[in-house]
Write a protein that binds this ligand. Structure first.
Ligand code: SAM
Length: 227
């Protein structure tokens, strides 16, 4: 299943399975010392970032390529929901018409197909950035136990790409999410959409993994990039 279909398919469940993403969005907002009145949110999903903002905003451009996720996003005064793909230069051509004071992206840019190209388009919008990007040590023990390579880019890879375009501050934060049973844990991976387009394992390997997973929590690694 593609990343888009996976998020669209699970959109109604996302609110119940996005505990970490909500924490990440809150953290990103807490790190923002300015109070921008015109905001772009790339990969806005159902609105974790918008819901965390605690100052008045005139314009909020909420962009996502999943109509189903976007449908759940708040539509208060000033919110403009835009269906768009941050892998596609056409989105950025369209966004250039807006005056944007800060560009946010929370828990989404790890799915950029070509992060270098996406960063370059973002840079051309000429506004300071606040990003939180999931990185390779997310689900570290899952991948180690299953003996498969990590899904996401490393913090070093993302940092070196971002350094080409932004004069930013970098901070890596690790989160843990505990579960009562390993089965619940793997259900979470499926429903939260965090596994992206890749089905991590086939049925037999998944059964082995559930049996052998040594800890009762999932690990998340998030790189915060702020200007
Ligand atoms: C893990 S969710 C995060 C949503 C929200 N920012 C939050 O913090 O809860 C990732 C979101 O990125 C969107 N997304 C992934 N790839 C995208 C792309 N290429 N263009 C636009 N949106 C994308 C997905 O549809 C999904 O809504």
């Amino acid at each position: 299943m593609s990343v888009k279909n996976q998020f669209s398919f699970n959109a109604k469940n996302y609110e119940n399975y996005s505990f970490i993403q909500k924490k990440v969005a809150e953290n990103l907002i807490n790190k923002t010392t300015s109070k921008p009145g015109s905001i772009l949110d790339l990969g806005c999903g159902t609105g974790s970032l918008y819901n965390s903002i605690n100052w008045p905003v005139d314009d909020f451009y909420a962009v996502d390529f999943s109509k189903e996720m976007l449908q759940i996003h708040a539509r208060n005064k000033g919110v403009k929901c835009i269906v768009g793909d941050f892998n596609d230069s056409m989105l950025f051509d369209k966004l250039r018409q807006y005056k944007i004071n800060r560009i946010f992206s929370s828990s989404s840019l790890q799915w950029a197909k070509n992060l270098d190209a996406t960063f370059k388009h973002i840079k051309n919008l000429d506004a300071p950035i606040s990003f939180a990007i999931f990185t390779a040590n997310t689900f570290k023990t899952v991948f180690e136990t299953a003996k498969i390579p990590p899904l996401l880019r490393t913090t070093e890879e993302v940092t070196s790409l971002a350094n080409k375009y932004f004069n930013a501050h970098y901070e890596t934060i690790n989160y843990k999410l505990s579960f009562i049973s390993t089965l619940d844990m793997f259900r979470y991976i499926k429903k939260s959409g965090v596994s992206g387009a890749r089905n991590i394992l086939d049925y037999k390997n998944m059964k082995d993994l559930i049996k052998n997973y040594p800890i009762d929590y999932l690990e998340f690694e998030v790189l915060f990039i702020t200007e």
